[in-house]
Design a protein around this ligand. Structure first.
Ligand code: GLN
Length: 544
């Protein structure tokens, strides 16, 4: 049977509930427990797949091809694990399945209501996510008091009394404002948040108090008394120099002691030695390398969360600070080669990230041309690889109108095109057209890729011939142009079932484009091999 830890949030959003849940999960995992993670999103979208990255941040893709909240990425990075579709669900999914069952007569004539049907579906999904784990850490998105969060609160309240549930523990993440003029921390917003929780029937057993300034002992005592939480269960969470420092800060405050006591987990002593060493290297590394990150969703850096974290992981293992120079791809458009060189001059490596839509495309192509011609270490990911082919076709093969049909449907030279029929992960045939619905019709999840002997990608993966990486894209490299590209010096170094997955070029120290997203499988303890190789090459080939 599974034990459940529920993480709720109060006062306001963006308090780091995801990092809190991931940190608690990591400490339990490092104590030898089998830990599952679940994020519940109370919004109505079925999944975040159709949301703008500027609205929601990155869409994280699981191994089995679900488009999920970016917190699932935090969980995988912190727990060095990979989770499945069942690790994230939304109000949209809950209602869809209940309505589907109602239409097929599954409720035998009952009136379908929020209680018990919607709440029951939520409980079932939480239990399903917990199957096979000692402990499931469940993070409830949103803030106490949100209307859309209520059925979920009711569900987690009910689970306290469920015979199939071995134990529950409620953690509440809250903000403690510090009023400078008064020189005081304030507990009132937290008290109100907890009163609201209690009104619903949930009494948190632990408070994670987010604060800019250390909490005086007397204040912690006050929180404990006024919020009815044991004094060893008020955990301070100060702004950390790196998110990976959070589990260590929690461990110092013995966060697992009250959890283990309540859930009867025995004595827990997490082994965080390797983790601690990595955090030290993140905070004060020996070396430094500068990566030019060419993207278009720069107003919300969370859009590139997995990739920026992957750079940190690679840096940690190489004792190196990976400094990101953010470059807005639109600012590289309509520029001469000299102007582009001027803008990218400080970068040891150039990274062109994934993306959708035509904004900034020509700027990315200019960045790729610069990296190729000036032999600057280059890594193109997903859209970055697609544009690597377009750039080569235009500037080396001289095909002026070479393009992806995503940006020019009528191009006579669709270097990147839409394959209308492909085999998905399960080996089933998938049909895709321009009219396919937007949601869930991308090539998603993990696929194997065969690498070519002697290639950069194979070297990065320690000589492995078969690698597995995750995907999220609609378009593919068009094999019609393969021979022409190869004759001109571009080599296909990775293939998946006949699809072009990796490209490299001759006579360049390090230049690689990949159709997959290596950042989705990068964890603090096991960084992505290809991103690590890129960072290493950028450092070694640096001209600075
Ligand atoms: N827009 C491109 C496609 O759909 C690339 C997607 C991406 O970079 N994730 O194929």
């Amino acid at each position: 049977m599974t034990k459940f830890i529920f993480v709720t949030g109060g006062v306001l959003s963006s308090l780091g509930k995801g990092i809190t849940a991931a940190s608690v999960g990591a400490l339990l995992k490092h104590s030898g427990k089998n830990v599952g993670m679940l994020k519940i999103d109370p919004y109505i979208n079925v999944d975040p797949g159709t949301m703008s990255p500027l609205e929601h941040g990155e869409v994280f893709v699981t191994k089995d091809g679900a488009e999920t909240d970016l917190d699932i990425g935090n969980y995988e990075r912190f727990l060095d694990s990979s989770y499945l579709k069942t690790s994230n669900f939304t109000t949209g999914q809950v209602y869809s399945s209940v309505i589907e069952r109602e239409r097929s007569g599954g409720y035998l004539g009952q009136t379908i209501q929020v209680v018990p049907h919607i709440v029951g579906e939520i409980v079932d999904r939480i239990k399903k996510a917990g199957k096979g784990h000692d402990i499931l850490v469940v993070e409830l998105g949103g803030t106490v008091g949100d209307i859309e969060g209520l059925p979920f609160m009711e569900a987690i309240r009910l689970m306290k009394h469920d015979d199939d549930v071995e134990g529950t523990f409620f953690i509440h993440v809250t903000l403690i404002p510090y009023i400078k003029a008064a020189g005081e921390h304030k507990s009132k917003p937290t008290q109100h948040g907890i009163q609201e929780l209690r009104r619903i029937g949930i009494t948190p057993q632990m408070i994670i108090a987010r604060s800019e300034k250390a909490l005086p002992k007397a204040f912690k005592k006050k929180l404990s008394v006024s919020c009815d939480v044991a004094s060893d269960s008020v955990i301070e969470a100060l702004d950390a120099p790196t998110i990976y420092g959070v589990p260590l800060a929690f461990m110092q405050q013995n966060i697992l002691t009250p959890i283990a006591k309540e859930l009867e987990l025995g004595e827990l002593t997490p082994d965080m030695e390797q983790w601690d060493a990595l955090v030290k290297k993140i905070v004060s590394p020996k070396e430094k390398v500068t990566i030019g990150f060419v993207g278009k969703y720069l107003e919300l850096k969370e859009s590139y969360k997995s990739l920026t974290e992957a750079l940190i992981h690679s840096g940690a293992h190489q004792d190196m600070r990976v400094e990101i120079e953010w470059i807005d791809s639109e600012k590289l458009e309509n520029r001469s080669d000299e102007e582009v060189a001027e803008l990218l001059n400080e970068c040891d490596g150039i990274l062109v990230a994934g993306g959708f839509g035509s904004r900034g495309i020509e700027g990315k192509i200019n960045a790729i041309k610069y990296a190729r011609e000036n032999k600057v270490t280059y890594f193109g990911i997903c859209l970055g690889m697609q544009l690597t082919l377009v750039e080569y076709a235009r500037n080396v093969l001289g095909i002026e109108d070479a393009n992806s049909i995503e940006f020019d449907e009528n191009t006579t030279n669709p270097i990147i095109y839409l394959i209308d029929n492909f085999l998905d992960q399960a080996g089933d045939s998938q049909l895709r057209t321009h009219n396919s619905p937007m949601g869930g019709t991308l090539r998603l999840g993990e696929y194997p890729c065969e690498t070519k002997d002697g290639s950069l990608i194979q070297q990065a993966h320690n000589g492995e011939k078969l690698i597995n990486e995750r995907h999220r894209h609609r378009y593919e490299a068009n094999p019609t142009y393969r021979k022409q590209l190869e004759d001109a010096g571009m080599i296909v170094t990775g293939e998946s079932n006949g699809l072009i997955e990796c490209v490299e070029i001759k006579d360049h120290p390090w230049f690689l484009g990949v159709q997959f997203h290596p950042e989705f499988t990068s964890h603090l303890q096991t960084p992505s091999p290809s991103i690590s190789a890129f960072v290493k090459a950028a450092f070694e080939n640096s001209k600075h």
